[in-house]
Design a protein around this ligand. Structure first.
Ligand SMILES: NC(=O)c1ccc[n+]([C@@H]2O[C@H](COP(=O)([O-])OP(=O)(O)OC[C@H]3O[C@@H](n4cnc5c(N)ncnc54)[C@H](OP(=O)(O)O)[C@@H]3O)[C@@H](O)[C@H]2O)c1
Length: 489
């Protein structure tokens, strides 16, 4: 037996990366329809060629990333799906002395509940899922020390399968993305790291290798859009409008087994970080910025709901009116949400789900994000926000806001529904900045009133991308004037 690793399906989206699994030793890689120099031709539909191929290279480890992976094509060609996803995999795993890593999918689950663990019974909804499950079982029956790696939606830094993000440089093409089905996108490099770890640990069985975020394709595109400000607006679409094989609604995966080996996948907002690095930040801070920023140190910004994002989803109008009526006398955030829950007849879990739904259905506003990135290189930034802490934390998690803002101040977390006169002073204190060296940029009447109550001077309110932007200062600061002059807005 040679010490050869065989990557079957190395011309595919995942397989290409697997070719780099080992720096030393022999790695043989295969293609079928898409020739790549240095790769060997293999047709898994031809059992005789497969046998000869295995005899020729005598692999000790096989990474099986080949298959019929187009879900609708599997439905149309169940025999081919069966051959590639199950039968051929079983023949490879049966080769003498082979340790097999078989790549499978979150689509083995029905998606009714989500957050599936490895030991849960799969009930696939379509041919793709059924043939992949059959492949898993065959490979593990042959040798329980074989490994099944179930991955969720794969992406890399330049695209997803069949769609390069460079499309973002053609802003005329609108992007439509499903906003109903949830999965845990995972970067292909993180999958490669997991496979290296599994081979080293000599473990066997099923492993879920998925990212830490549970996102719809629409939400995923939103996060990518923050990195590519020229990306055309992404519009949400619904899975009910599409034809084809049924797909799971929520195929998110728990990853405790692989995590216990020390594996961590990156979050989407880390891979596509829209923020300048610390280096870029300190470099910009050391530059002379037309005199602006010399006597100002911090910007207090409340624009999650308005500037930073644009509202695309809210409860229906009649619900909003009901909420307004129910909360007329409510003064703090906690009570506001309790009253909202009562008015809409929601229990505690449903209420949190509503808050998270609201937070996740806000889309980013890329030009404003870009602007914030620039501001961040020069000033300390605090995010000042009213309302539900759960919604706020959802935003923070979704966009990685803790890395953009130096201070995150949420009124509910401070025991308030709206900021009192003390609010801004407390934020300034957390920023270690004297209040008179802060500027408040706001689009929220509640904040603006709070700012005026505590003696801040409203410089001007003007429209920025459809939102009334109010600039408040404690004195006639240079940055306040510059914002109004449009230099840094
Ligand atoms: N992509 C995802 O988001 C995703 C999500 C969940 C699970 N997965 C799983 O991850 C694994 C890899 O997926 P992928 O997206 O990288 O797949 P892919 O891009 O569709 O690649 C499939 C590979 O199989 C090869 N292949 C197809 N027919 C073959 C044949 N008759 N003989 C030999 N090779 C053949 C293809 O070769 P040619 O291209 O040269 O024809 C290609 O290299 C699969 O097991 C899939 O189920 C992927």
């Amino acid at each position: 037996m040679s010490n050869t690793i065989l990557v079957v399906g190395a011309s595919g989206f995942l397989g290409r990366r697997l070719a780099s699994i080992r720096a030393d030793g022999k790695v043989v890689c295969t293609y079928n329809q898409h020739p790549i120099s240095g790769l060997e031709f293999l047709d898994l539909c031809d059992p005789l060629q497969l046998k000869r191929f295995l005899n020729r290279f005598q692999p000790s480890v096989v990474l099986y990333a080949a298959g019929l992976t187009d879900v609708d094509a599997c439905e149309r060609n169940p025999d081919l799906a069966w051959r590639l996803n199950a039968e051929a995999a079983s023949e490879v795993a049966s080769y003498y002395g082979v340790k097999m890593v078989y790549f499978s999918t979150d689509y083995v689950f029905d998606g009714i509940r989500g957050r599936y663990r490895e030991d849960e019974e799969p009930t696939p909804l379509n041919v793709y899922g059924r043939t992949k499950l059959a492949g898993e079982r065959a490979v593990l029956n042959i040798n329980p020390r074989n490994i099944v790696v179930r991955v969720s939606g794969l992406y890399d830094s330049i695209g997803i399968k069949g769609q390069n993000f460079s499309k973002v440089f053609q802003p005329t093409e609108p992007i439509e993305a499903d906003d109903t089905r949830l999965s845990c996108p995972v970067h292909v490099e993180d999958v490669v790291t997991a496979v290296r770890l599994l081979l080293k640990s000599n473990e066997g069985g099923v492993y879920h290798v998925a990212g830490p975020d549970v996102l719809s394709r629409y939400e995923f595109c939103q996060l990518v859009a923050l990195r590519f400000p020229k990306m055309p607006p992404v519009t949400p679409s619904s899975s009910s409008s599409r034809q084809g094989a049924p797909r799971p609604q929520n195929s998110s995966l728990e990853t405790d087994r692989i995590s216990s080996l020390g594996w961590r996948a990156r979050r989407v907002c880390d891979v596509f970080s829209p923020f300048p690095t610390e280096n870029e930040r300190s470099q910009a801070a050391s530059e002379d910025f037309h005199g602006v920023g010399r006597n100002i140190e911090a910007l207090l910004i409340d624009c999650v709901g308005g500037l930073l994002t644009s509202r695309t989803w809210l409860p229906k109008d009649e619900h909003l009116a009901e909420i307004d009526r129910a909360c007329a006398d409510v003064t703090d955030g906690q009570a506001f949400w309790q009253a909202t829950g009562r008015a809409l007849g929601l229990n505690g879990t449903e209420l949190i789900a509503l808050q998270e739904r609201i937070a996740f259905r806000y889309t980013p506003n890329p030009p404003v994000w870009n602007n914030l990135k620039t501001l961040r290189t020069r000033f300390r930034l605090a995010l000042v926000n009213n309302g539900s802490s759960s919604t706020f934390r959802c935003w923070v998690r979704k966009y990685g806001l803790d890395r953009l803002f130096d201070v995150l101040a949420n009124s509910e977390e401070m025991g308030l529904r709206k900021p009192d006169s003390d609010f801004f002073f407390r934020v300034a204190e957390q920023l270690h900045t004297p209040p008179d060296r802060c500027v408040l940029i706001d689009d929220d009447l509640g904040n603006i009133k709070g700012a005026q109550d505590c003696g801040m001077l409203g410089l001007q309110t003007h429209e920025v991308r459809g939102y009334p932007l109010s600039v408040h200062i404690w004195n006639e600061s240079v940055i306040g004037q510059a914002l109004l002059a449009g230099e840094v807005s």
